[in-house]
Design a protein around this ligand. Structure first.
Ligand code: ADP
Ligand code: ZN
Length: 732
């Protein structure tokens, strides 16, 4: 009896009889499933089954002779399925690249051309006397015991055509070749580990960090590497990986989503001569499969990737690194399996008995809390490397300032000053488009989305109105559709700020960075190059500008509006604001000059802002953690959110209400809701959520384990779309 997991939301595994060959645990198999044949993953051999023997069906093809999930990874994924209360089949399939889910072979298969016995006879006779090309190819096949396609192509002119003719005549044939030795070598790489040694001596703080992690060699230890931007965290990762490689072990390095991968890949590739597998969302299916195969075969010594790379197969793991550990992109927050790659990475390191390093300039409050409890060892890099000094931060009171399209006079003057001094300026605003609102100047009409509870964003240059939630896209009306009077764009987006700055500073070349102007890595690279080369003097952008790019000449950074983060229904908004401010500040003054950071706000007395300015990120964290403790929010309490959406709000709320009534929560657990989401209607679907709050982790998980199957059995569970999010990052 073989227990098999298939890619289905059903919360169970399926039993099959072994077929001609018996799969090893962790291997993929083809099995009949209903009326279809699907790919599954063999989990284990079982002595018996609850299904009567005569009803059991037989496993079809066994796709892998070697497991795609080794015992360690399989155990980790089973833990994840338990922790996130998600069906094991969907968890396992989320860990595979798409083509592997569909059954693609795990090894690179090379077509291998050999001479047939007839071919050998033909060569011995003189049938090929007048076909010198075919003769030459046949000779090569015989002499070298076969050739792959590439080697055939390398023969003299017309070899491929000659080979095709030989195949037609039955004198040559293809067979599945010997595995590509380069692709499947599991042993130590034939090349030296280092491509180039580090050009620097480590600072004292860097050396202390490296030593601390190395002291944990061969056993679990979690390290929070808290270092401001430019303090040399990446250099610490590189040194640690160097040690790991020298011992013949492998490293797993996780990075956030937004276009940073190429930069870090560049630094790793420059330093190390070993094969590296990079896994990120911009890869094509084939490229992703190839990288995953390199990880599986052991060829890759370093696996570097975004969120789902945490599941990469990797034998001989010696170190896990999570760069920018606070980044929200480590959390899968939609689709079926909602997991935190950061948390799973820590668990992976723990189960593998290896150190894990979580690096950030602005650690998540969860990780800071773990460090304060002593669960993570804290490693600080307090200073920037080289001559760079920390920037000076100041608040600009928007109530006291005259504004020009969102820019205060004070800020405009500061920009002028920095440009005159040949500095570069960075302006951050978390809003794409020209303006967030189009309003009628007479009747008060506001352009809203027909499918969402949201306003349409104005795009002036292309004269369109777009919805950022459902993608709706319409022409920009010249007049109010209800009263015919004039309309006006209200508020600021990056496009408008760019326009305003272009008018104010006509001599300063501008660059803009947001998802509207940069959609691919190449476009991103082009903008970054313009800024890094000094070609652009002002950079305007959204969140994208805050990520770890190194712009040594930026001397002024401006946060146009801090207030969105101060008053939000989401308890994490303040944390995100503080992180953004610190990350933006980190862009200023990375070179020899001291940077200046200006934060525009209407609430300069807000305690979160004042603590951030007076005592830095740590000071902010004290204030914010005290608030969290008082409210029982994470990291002091545990949360799970059940989200439902349906064609009507009633349906969604009704389902959650019924689910809530299924089981009385035990003491210490609170159910909140169901309540409509802050933006209830999105793309014509209505969203509601039920929040489950608990002081401790284990009662929450016991409750979920008992409650979830019952909720799934409700008739409403099939009418609405719903999902459980354990440790949700965003609440709405
Ligand atoms: P972070 O990852 O914390 O932003 P990096 O590792 O990128 O910091 O280092 C910032 C800059 O300082 C880089 O240009 C890097 O090459 C340089 N750097 C790192 N460590 C040292 C060192 N020990 N001495 C001199 N320069 C260093
Ligand atoms: Zn919409």
């Amino acid at each position: 009896m073989i227990r098999v997991a298939v890619d289905t939301p059903l919360r169970q595994t399926f039993d099959y009889l072994a077929g001609a060959a018996s799969p090893v645990p962790g291997a993929r198999v083809r099995v009949p499933f209903g009326r279809r044949q699907v790919v599954g993953v063999a989990l284990e051999c079982a002595a018996g089954s609850d299904v009567p023997h005569e009803k059991l069906r037989r496993i079809g093809e066994v796709l892998d002779t070697e497991p795609v999930f080794d015992a360690e990874l399989l155990a980790l994924l089973r833990w994840a399925a338990d922790y996130y209360h998600h069906p094991i089949g969907e968890v396992l399939f989320a860990a595979l690249p798409k083509l592997a889910r569909e059954g693609a072979p795990t090894r690179r298969i090379r077509a291998w051309w050999v001479a047939t016995p007839d071919g050998a006879a033909a060569h011995a006779g003189d049938a090929l006397r007048r076909s010198p090309r075919q003769r030459a190819v046949l000779e090569a096949l015989l002499a070298r015991g076969g050739l792959d396609g590439e080697a055939v192509g390398a023969l003299e002119g017309g070899a491929r055509e000659a080979l095709a003719t030989l195949v037609r005549r039955g004198w040559a044939a293809s067979q599945e070749g010997p595995p590509d030795p380069a692709a499947d070598a599991g042993g130590p790489p034939p090349v030296a580990t280092l491509a180039r040694p580090s050009p620097f001596t480590l600072t004292e703080a860097q050396q202390a960090a490296v030593d601390a992690v190395l002291a944990s060699h061969g056993r679990y230890g979690a390290f929070l590497l808290h270092g401001i931007t430019g303090s040399g965290k990446t250099e610490v990762y590189l040194r640690l990986v160097e040690h790991v490689l020298a011992r013949g072990e492998r490293a797993l390095v996780l990075v956030p989503e937004i276009g940073l991968t190429p930069q870090l890949v560049g630094r790793f590739a420059e330093r190390f001569a070993v094969p590296m597998a990079t896994l990120h969302s911009a890869l094509t299916g084939a490229a992703r499969l190839a990288a995953w195969r390199d990880a599986l075969s052991g060829r890759a010594r370093i696996v570097l990737g975004t969120r789902s790379a945490v599941f990469a197969p990797l034998a001989g793991l010696g170190l896990v690194v999570i760069d920018e550990e606070h980044d929200a992109s480590f959390k899968q927050h939609d689709g079926g399996f909602r997991y935190s790659a950061r948390d799973i990475a820590v668990m992976r390191a723990q189960r593998a008995g290896v150190p894990v390093v979580l690096g950030s300039a602005t650690p998540s409050l969860e990780s800071l809390h773990n460090a304060r409890l002593g669960r993570y060892a804290r490693l600080a890099l307090p200073r920037r490397t080289g001559a760079a000094l920390p920037p000076r931060l100041a608040l600009v009171d928007l109530r006291a300032e005259a504004l020009r399209n969102g820019l205060s006079t004070f800020v405009i003057e500061a920009i002028r000053r920095h440009l005159d001094a040949r500095g570069q300026v960075l302006v951050y605003l978390n809003r794409r488009g020209y303006a967030p609102t189009l309003a009628c100047t007479a009747c008060g009409w506001i352009a809203g989305c027909a499918s969402c509870d949201a306003r349409l964003t104005v795009y002036a240059r292309v004269a369109r109105l777009k919805c950022h939630h459902c993608g709706a896209d319409a022409p920009l009306p010249a007049r109010c559709p209800t009263c015919g009077y004039e309309v006006r764009a209200v508020g600021q987006g990056t496009e408008r700020v760019e326009e305003t700055l272009a008018t104010l500073f006509p001599d300063a070349p501008l660059a803009r960075l947001d998802r509207d102007v940069v959609r691919h890595d190449e476009e991103l690279a082009a903008v970054l190059t313009r800024v890094a080369s000094g070609d652009a003097r002002i950079l305007v952008g959204t969140q994208m500008v805050t990520k770890g790019h190194d712009f040594p000449d930026v001397t002024l950074a401006v946060v146009l509006n801090a207030d969105q983060g101060l008053f939000s229904t989401d308890f994490r908004a303040a944390e995100r604001l503080a992180q953004t401010v610190v990350q933006v500040a980190g862009r200023a003054g990375r070179g020899a000059r001291v940077g200046e950071v200006l934060i525009q706000t209407e609430y300069p007395e807000h305690p979160l802002l004042t603590s951030l300015l007076a005592h830095g990120y740590e000071g902010f964290a004290d204030t914010a953690l005290a608030e969290r403790r008082a409210a029982g929010w994470p990291p002091y309490g545990r949360l799970a959110a059940v989200r439902a959406s349906a064609g009507s709000l009633q349906e969604a709320v009704d389902f959650l209400g019924e689910a809530r009534r299924l089981l009385a929560p035990p003491r210490g657990l609170r159910l909140l809701g169901p309540a409509p989401a802050a933006m209830a209607r999105r793309a014509d679907r209505y969203h509601a959520q039920l929040l489950i709050e608990s002081g401790d982790r284990s009662p929450l998980h016991r409750f979920l384990a008992e409650w979830l199957p019952r909720a799934a059995a409700l008739p409403g569970a099939r009418r609405v779309r719903w999902a459980l999010d354990v440790d949700p990052l965003e609440l709405f």
